[in-house]
Ligand binder design. Structure first.
Ligand code: G6P
Length: 489
């Protein structure tokens, strides 16, 4: 594909995800303010620059009126984003309900909702119907913007029904689907009432990708055990049709973080933080306030550490940034109160008139403040109970070239498979073990920190989001080419 000046033009890519990289805040009847969204998916995809990409996703707000929709569509177009408008009821049933109350906990091994079985079963069906309807609405928008030759890359558990809808519009569309969460053991997936329909819809894609080989293996097992299809080293076969299944571990745009550390405003932040916490070691947690992140367990482990190590009480501080998320879902509201209660108790127990052991913030930080915080941290605590990958661990490593701090990392995060050799791996459910690891990390000799850091830094700077996207798209291209060859034979 060539432009008139002879240079090859970039491959067109339609990135379809529930969340756009920017969130919209309404400022007037026809005026909108756009802010960067949070979460691993956005953070990785912002680094993808080598394609002519357009991003299609839910606008994140209810916009019932035409004037508002037109103005928002225009504002988003400048960011190469295309909105999908969903009404409040659909959002409630699809996003709060089926996505975040059913699929999200299930895929993270927290099971299906336990409340009144009958009520759950009834609402389950209406939520699944809304999920399918929402996916159909996404498909309509993709179809409107699709041009022949485009690659369509669908993302995450919100859009498992999308590959099927897209292929119904156009069986020649080149469709990839990537999951940013774990795919659980087939024994977990089989508890889901809509287990088969979802698997079949995903299998309509040409290429299906996961962060780790284990997740890919679980998916193939689910297809063989639940659907009775054949698993092959390449993927899943259904009556001669192959859906390619593979692992594509995500990364970050590490240069963006490394370059930011040189900026004067980041240097100023670093200076302020160093002064503010002089004489104390800084421990850091940065998480969306989500039950999978294991925030209560992390704080309880820190409490145990302080309990057992009185000499450290005035020499260490834990900064926990807990970014509010999915605040309309009751489970998330309960978690917020639970975390506040634990933090309050521990600060009351170990705080003094001049200092508290835990600084807990219920909000996100801007990019520069975050980089500065990563740079001054001695020990980062990533203790997710389950996590698809966890890019906070990557971001921390990218910002640690001078400090060479220690990463304590959950063995249940996908990142444990890539950063495991440099990090201290822990079982986040074992509070005693995490407390002991905190002590080990704080006392670690400089040469061991250096070695561990080098290992992780090398990985993070060579396995970037750019490389991840390029590999996925090139594999999608190869998969389609091979399928065409097979049909010609
Ligand atoms: C995870 C999911 C993403 C999601 C993000 C933020 O990283 O894999 O798909 O966008 O969380 O969650 P939210 O519900 O706010 O989009």
């Amino acid at each position: 594909c060539e432009r008139q000046d002879g240079r090859p033009s970039k491959q067109r890519l339609l990135v379809v995800a529930n969340r756009l990289p920017v969130s919209a805040v309404r400022k007037g009847e026809d005026s909108w303010q756009l802010e960067i969204s949070v979460g691993g998916l956005v953070s990785a995809l912002l680094g993808v620059k080598e394609f002519d990409a357009r991003w299609i996703g839910w606008a994140g707000v209810n916009v019932p009126d035409e004037i508002g929709q037109k103005a928002l569509t225009k504002a988003l177009a400048e960011k190469r984003c295309i909105p999908v408008f969903l009404d409040e009821e659909i959002v409630h049933q699809y996003y709060n309900g089926y996505c975040n109350n059913i699929l999200w906990p299930l895929f993270h091994y927290l099971g299906l909702p336990q409340e009144d079985r009958l009520a759950t079963t009834r609402s389950f069906q209406s939520q699944f119907d809304a999920y399918k309807k929402a996916n159909q609405l996404f498909a309509e928008v993709v179809n409107q913007h699709y041009e022949e030759g485009d690659f369509v890359w669908c993302h995450d558990y919100h859009l498992m029904f999308l590959p099927k809808c897209l292929k119904e519009y156009n069986s020649n569309m080149k469709v990839g689907w990537f999951l940013h969460t774990p795919f659980p053991s087939s024994e977990i997936h089989r508890t889901l009432p809509s287990r088969s329909e979802l698997l079949r819809s995903v299998l309509a894609a040409d290429l299906v990708g996961f962060h780790t080989y284990d997740y890919a293996r679980h998916f193939v097992s689910a297809c063989t055990r639940i659907l009775g299809l054949e698993g092959t080293p390449e993927g899943v076969e259904d009556q001669g049709n192959l859906t390619r299944v593979a692992a594509f571990p995500i990364g970050i745009d590490s240069d963006r973080f490394i370059r930011a550390l040189e900026l004067p405003q980041v240097q100023n932040h670093i200076k302020e933080l160093k002064e503010r916490f002089a004489g104390r070691k800084v421990m850091l947690g940065v998480d969306r306030l989500d039950m999978i992140k294991g925030i209560p367990q992390k704080i309880l482990a820190f409490e145990k550490f302080l309990e057992e190590n009185p000499n450290w009480r005035d020499k260490v501080v834990l900064l926990q940034i807990a970014v509010p998320t999915r605040t309309d879902v009751p489970e998330y509201q309960k978690l917020t109160s639970q975390v506040h209660e634990i933090v309050g108790r521990i600060n009351g127990r170990f705080g003094t008139l001049t200092a508290v052991p835990i600084h807990h913030l219920d909000r996100s930080l801007d990019f520069h403040a975050l980089c500065a915080l990563y740079a001054v941290t001695d020990v980062a605590l990533v203790t997710s109970l389950r996590d698809g990958m966890n890019l906070v661990s990557y971001e921390f490593v990218a910002c640690q070239a001078s400090k060479k701090g220690v990463l304590i990392l959950s063995e249940f995060a996908g990142a444990a498979q890539s950063l495991g050799a440099g990090a201290i791996l822990v079982n986040p459910w074992n509070i005693t073990e995490v407390a002991a690891s905190i002590g080990y990390a704080l006392n670690m000799p400089a040469d061991e920190r250096e070695k561990r850091h080098q290992h992780n830094f090398m990985h993070v700077t060579t396995h970037t989001s750019q490389e991840w996207a390029a590999t996925f798209v090139s594999e999608l291209n190869d998969t389609i080419f091979e399928a065409q060859l097979r049909t010609r034979q």
